[in-house]
Design a protein around this ligand. Structure first.
Ligand code: ADP
Ligand code: MG
Length: 364
């Protein structure tokens, strides 16, 4: 049974539709990440699941039970927000135990449960401290502890790491992943950060302007993006998109990119879906562009800029008169140099330049 199911969920604020026919299924134990730019409707969707917003259309079910009319506190979910509001005048143990106290659980049972949660989150040594005596990451862990203590069926997180500084964010990200693996509960996690989504998710839902663009595993959205929006949103450095035209000669179809001495041709294995003269975008991930080792390299490239990152350089190139980004071993090229490059086009993707959708064509 699905732990969470959204069927055609729509939501408007006045005349503005901010969620359009959202359909998402999550099996028990999945880590679903809602990913998209600011304002695309992620928080609205999470709040709808939580029951903090009513929806205009559609159905939300938790473990098979429609909850559209079920109040938040009866939905058996827990939420962790960006601003972890802890009670400043309560110590960590009392903050974590608060939801149980509200339910009238006896003191000794609360203590037992708090200790169990504190152990899971490595907060045992901090139980007597007050929020002001904790670091940002520790406070966030207490907030997670408070949601954990009730043993909810589904966890909802709304950008829980965005108030933390960069290194702490990476640590907490790993902690949340480990927590998920330990407790095996369904989690729905909102972020605008594609790296967070890639590292945490079993399933990524990419949203733009209230509409789902693609649902897939991290590998699927990276290697087989459904459209240009997804291709551009996922991956850092970004995918390179070369404007090409489909051409035909002697029954062979191929892509042509650039003109004159910069002209680059890319052969196609199956081109049934392409029309002669069709404008397409050839999407190349940084690792699909390699330095050509031999004379017959597929293309010439100009090295425009080098950004060292330590283990490798991010290199901005011009290929066929267009900008492309590659990752090369440290100090393997010099700025201003012309080099040969090989393109691993068998792993690249092609998009229709008119409707921005990926075309199912294979390059050789
Ligand atoms: P995200 O979390 O992805 O940044 P939100 O779900 O917060 O986006 O918002 C989605 C859209 O709905 C935005 O355009 C926002 O301006 C609008 N919105 C959010 N809350 C309200 C509200 N209470 N009234 C009117 N519009 C709202
Ligand atoms: Mg938001």
């Amino acid at each position: 049974m699905n732990s969470l199911s959204l069927e055609n969920v729509s939501k408007s604020y006045g005349p503005v539709e901010v969620l359009k026919n959202i359909c998402i299924e999550a099996e028990e134990g999945e880590f679903v990440v809602l990913l998209g730019p600011s304002g695309c409707g992620k928080s609205t969707l999470l709040h709808a699941i939580a029951g903090l917003h009513t929806i205009n259309k559609g159905r939300i079910s938790i473990y098979g039970k429609a909850v559209n009319d079920t109040p938040t506190r009866e939905r058996d979910i827990a939420m962790v927000f960006q601003s972890y509001a802890l009670y400043p005048n309560m110590n960590v143990a009392d903050n974590i135990g608060f939801p149980l106290k509200m339910r009238g659980m006896p003191k000794t049972a609360i203590r037992e449960k708090v200790l169990e949660v504190a152990k899971t989150l490595q907060l045992e040594a901090l139980l007597e401290r007050y929020p002001r005596q904790l670091s940002g990451g520790q406070r966030q862990r207490v907030a997670i502890g408070r949601s954990l203590v009730r043993d909810p069926k589904v966890f909802l997180f709304d950008e829980p790491l965005s108030n933390l500084d960069a290194s702490l964010r990476v640590d907490m990200r790993a902690e949340i992943k480990q927590l998920h693996q330990r407790i095996g509960k369904t989690m729905v996690y909102v972020t605008h950060d594609q790296i967070e989504a890639m590292t945490l998710a079993t399933k990524i839902v990419i949203l733009n302007k209230g509409e789902i663009q693609q649902i897939g595993t991290p590998a699927e959205v990276y290697h087989e993006p459904a459209n240009l929006f997804v291709a551009r949103f996922i991956g850092s450095p970004a995918i390179s998109l070369l404007e090409c035209k489909a051409e035909e000669n002697d029954g062979w179809t191929f892509l042509v990119c650039g003109e004159g001495e910069h002209r680059l041709t890319v052969p196609l294995r199956n081109a049934d879906l392409l029309k002669k003269g069709q404008d397409v975008m050839l999407g190349l991930r940084p690792e699909h562009i390699r330095q050509g080792k031999h004379e017959g390299a597929a293309a010439r490239a100009m090295v425009e800029l080098i950004e060292p990152t330590g283990p490798e350089d991010i290199v901005v190139l011009t290929i066929a008169g267009q900008r492309a980004i590659a990752r090369f071993p440290t100090s393997s090229v010099r700025q201003g140099e012309e080099i040969g490059v090989d393109l691993d086009v068998s792993r690249s993707v092609v998009f229709d330049a008119e409707n921005n959708l990926r075309l199912a064509v294979n390059l050789t």
